[in-house]
Design a binder for this molecule. Structure first.
Ligand SMILES: [Zn+2]
Length: 280
């Protein structure tokens, strides 16, 4: 009887997936196994893929040394659903799981999930709403990038590491005025980011990173993983730029011909960086 009960638990478990047999529990506790064409699957949700993507992206943030404790967050969007998955607020990274990711719409309303979404959700929502071709966003308080943000300075383009990823100085969006701070702060942070790129005539597809003055960096990309990658690149660029100014406070900005050369060999129409068949 114990064996049959165990078998029933195994086959009827919501996490089991079997294609060859089904188990029927009969009156009096009898269990019979029938071969069956039916498949018992784990209950799938239409949000699983973005929950998984957001979870993996969030896990990378502490692994890459970009966040401490509960700082920072990453999200992944599904454009067909018009929804994104984001880290829950105040939950340590080691306690995260895909199912804890909160599903949110572009107006920052939580539509699925048991926990409250990140306090930066409104910033993510506004960026997804305005920039239709981004697939993921990351926000960290990584040390060097945040130090530049606190200094309210753009990160000058000093070298080819920088130019391989972005052909401009990393912009630092201005500090918000008092009305914006007192109002819907996280929403206004999103506007500050969008307006900064607009004023400087920069495309969000060419510039996938920004500093917000006195706060920290935000990055994005076509996937959540790319957004996290950009956060790590930005931290590296920020550290190198800091050291460059320490060695020579008058270090010149890199010249335009070299900037274009490096950016375009990686991203331009005639790019030749990497392998032709990336699946190999
Ligand atoms: Zn922050």
């Amino acid at each position: 009887m114990i064996l049959w009960t165990r078998l029933y638990q195994l086959y009827a478990s919501p996490v089991a997936s079997h294609s060859c047999a089904a188990v029927i529990l009969l009156g009096g506790g009898l269990v019979r196994i029938h071969h069956s064409p039916f498949t018992i699957h784990r209950k799938m949700s239409k949000y699983d893929h973005i929950r998984e993507e957001a979870f993996e992206a969030n896990l990378q943030l502490p692994k890459l040394g970009l966040v401490l404790f509960t700082f920072g967050n990453a999200s992944a969007v599904d454009r067909d659903l018009g929804l994104f998955a984001i880290k829950p607020s105040g939950v340590p990274y080691e306690k995260l799981s895909p199912k804890k990711m909160v599903i949110v719409d572009y107006d920052a309303n939580a539509v699925d999930g048991k926990l409250r979404p990140s306090s930066d959700t409104k910033t993510h929502a506004l960026l997804y709403k305005h920039w239709e071709r981004i697939g993921g966003i990351a926000h960290t308080h990584s040390t060097y990038a945040t130090a530049w943000a606190q200094s309210q300075r753009d990160i000058p383009i000093f070298g080819t590491t920088h130019a391989d990823h972005i052909a401009y100085d990393v912009p630092c969006a201005a500090c918000m005025d008092d009305e914006m701070i007192k109002g819907d702060y996280e929403h206004q942070t999103g506007f500050q980011i969008i307006n900064c790129l607009k004023e400087r005539k920069l495309s969000y597809e060419e510039v996938e990173m920004i500093l917000v003055a006195n706060h920290a960096p935000f990055t994005w990309g076509d996937t959540a993983a790319k957004a996290v990658y950009n956060s790590a690149v930005l931290e590296n660029i920020a550290q190198m730029a800091f050291l460059t100014e320490q060695i020579n406070c008058c270090s010149p900005r890199m010249k335009d011909s070299l900037i274009r050369k490096h950016f375009e060999r990686k991203h331009g129409p005639d790019s030749y960086y990497g392998q032709e068949n990336k699946s190999d």
